[in-house]
Design a protein around this ligand. Structure first.
Ligand code: SF4
Ligand code: SF4
Length: 216
């Protein structure tokens, strides 16, 4: 399928899933979204990667819109160094903290729209920082999927032999998941941080990025 068509499909999916999430919030049933995350997040990530983050997550959708607005207004946010995004302990800490709040709340029957609060927090954090800070440091759902998606055989990959090292794919990645190989200019993708948003495929002038099985 053409990248442009995929982007349109992704936008439509994000609008529909965001509307579904808001309906659950209005009905006071937002915690049901955890079932959506379990199926379309965790289960899907085991064999197809983090489609949930790039196509379904309300936070991902809100941050996509926010980044689009910032780009239009040419406002720059603080971009962390790639190495700073690799400290896994912060992520685990945020995840444990989130679960320590969520589990007792659910057990007591408290119907606070925690996921809506979390979406608000993601927008707030991303007012100041590149959205990758939320996706790769703070978001508890992102942390879970960055673990489960590691076993997925299907990943976004750069065909290294054909990459011309132009770097056009790097700045369009919402997850800062694209970096230079250890030696040289060719790019590679950290697959377990990739949301399958297709921005890089759209930007690549020589079409060398593809979503493939590891054995192909
Ligand atoms: S690596 Fe490409 S497909 Fe994956 S999140 Fe970054 S831009 Fe999107
Ligand atoms: S845009 Fe394509 S050719 Fe350019 S660095 Fe990225 S993968 Fe390589």
């Amino acid at each position: 399928m053409k990248t442009r068509t995929l982007q349109t499909l992704r936008t439509i999916t994000q609008i529909i899933t965001l509307a579904a999430f808001m309906l659950l919030v209005i009905a006071g049933r937002s915690q049901l979204w955890l079932a959506v995350f379990a199926v379309f997040g965790i289960v899907l990530s085991l064999f197809a990667g983090r489609i949930y983050c790039g196509w379904i997550c309300p936070m991902g959708t809100a941050l996509r819109a926010e980044t689009w607005i910032f780009k239009k207004l040419r406002i720059k946010r603080k971009t962390p160094k790639a190495a700073a995004l690799k400290h896994y302990w912060f992520r685990i800490l945020f995840l444990v903290g989130f679960l320590a709040l969520l589990v007792p709340m659910m057990r007591s029957g408290d119907k606070q729209p925690v996921l809506l609060y979390l979406t608000g927090a993601s927008v707030l954090v991303s007012l100041f920082f590149h959205e990758a800070v939320w996706h790769r440091v703070v978001c508890p759902f992102g942390t879970i999927l960055s673990i489960t998606s590691r076993i997925s055989p299907r990943k976004m990959r750069v065909a290294k032999e054909q990459c011309i090292g132009c770097s056009k794919c790097e700045p369009v990645c919402p997850s800062m998941a694209i970096s230079k190989e250890d030696q040289g200019k060719k790019r590679e993708i950290i697959a377990h941080e990739c949301f399958l948003c297709n921005n890089c495929r759209e930007a690549c002038p020589v079409a060398v990025i593809d979503w493939k099985n590891s054995k192909t």
